[in-house]
Design a protein around this ligand. Sequence first.
Ligand code: GLC
Length: 426
Amino acid sequence: MNKRDDTLQWFDKARFGLFVHFGLYSMLGRGEWVMNRENICPDEYRKLADKFRPDKFDADFICSLAAGAGMKYIVFTTMHHDGFRLYDTSLSDFCSVKTSAKRDFTAEVIAAARKHDLKIGLYHSLNNWFDKPDAVDALEDKGKYNTFIDNTFNCIRELLTKYSPVDILWYDGGWPFNSEGWQGIKMNELALSIQPQIIFNGRNGLPGDFGTPESHMTAPSPWRRWEACMTMNDSWGYNKGDSNWKSVKTMIKMLATAASGRGNLLLNIGPAGDGSIPEESVKRLTRVGEWMKINSEAIFTDEIFDYDMYTRGKGRSEWTNHGPFTASGNNLYLLGIKWMGSEYTLAGLESKVKKVSILGSQQEFKFTLQDNVLKVSGLPEEPPDRECTVLKMECESPPMIYRTGGMRVPRAPHPHYDPWPSDIKK
Ligand code: GLC
């Protein structure tokens, strides 16, 4: 294992984190792009800072919610594209410490994260619509470009010097430059020179330590470290009109998909302008936490199940009738999103089975295993957990499943069918 892999070990196991989109835009309740979408000029937008007193913003509560949900880390928007800093800076007056809130929300979140044993990521937008010269100026004028890049690097230098140690630098807002334009290599080197343990995503144009599929749960192909960021409704920043909340079942399925593809799920909340967390988010995180208390061993799987039917999208996630599989050591877990009723059949299992049970219960179930077909009987007709009941199959060796497109495995060379050979790196 090289040194970087060593640094990334915690990320490989983390599986589940909380994204927090919070800023002046939260007061308007029309998402975090409102300044751009409504073309609000900086002088107008600045006025929001005089009214920003999010008394209900409680970093301790947010982190306890995350930890209670079984999350291992939190990523906080220190500055979004609107340029408003939720931290103390000597580089601008447009920050929460020097305006009416008079609070350093980044420091609050870091302290609370540490208290709740969560790793901490600082989201930082490279491009912002407030500072001058902005990215548009930089694109048009070489002199302004140099100033713009200097300012961007100064922001990163200051942020990482003031708030240390932290675990992730989460770049965003890469428009309009590629890695060359952002001087990405120098940028990453700068970050590492201040905090050698820091890891970063690839949104400054370079690959970074991990990919960040946004709003879909697809592992990069070929596989590399990944973290899918997902909203709970359809918005990142608080959007008062968005009631399109995902179900708890959907969230658990997202988690299972992350686990089976050896990735992480970064699930978002968008606190309102007063700092309060939408009740719908609190309810869901609490419920996911209850589920995780019983079932997290199927999520924090420490081995890669060399079986790849679920990880690659393209409709293959619906390939099984009941839900994704994960595995750990000799254990195979079926995350029963669509419960099968009292009997369960799994064909193609190439490992001997010792015991079948349901997580959260001591009961063992009768089974037969013949010609690689496992048949379990006596299961509850209704799923004990209506969101997702996990069936655990303890095997005598690391579980393997193989099925072909025919009714039996041909005794002749044949194209591989399921699983596709996994390219997940151990
Ligand atoms: C995008 C959006 C942004 C959001 C982010 C989350 O880059 O610009 O508003 O913060 O993705 O992944």
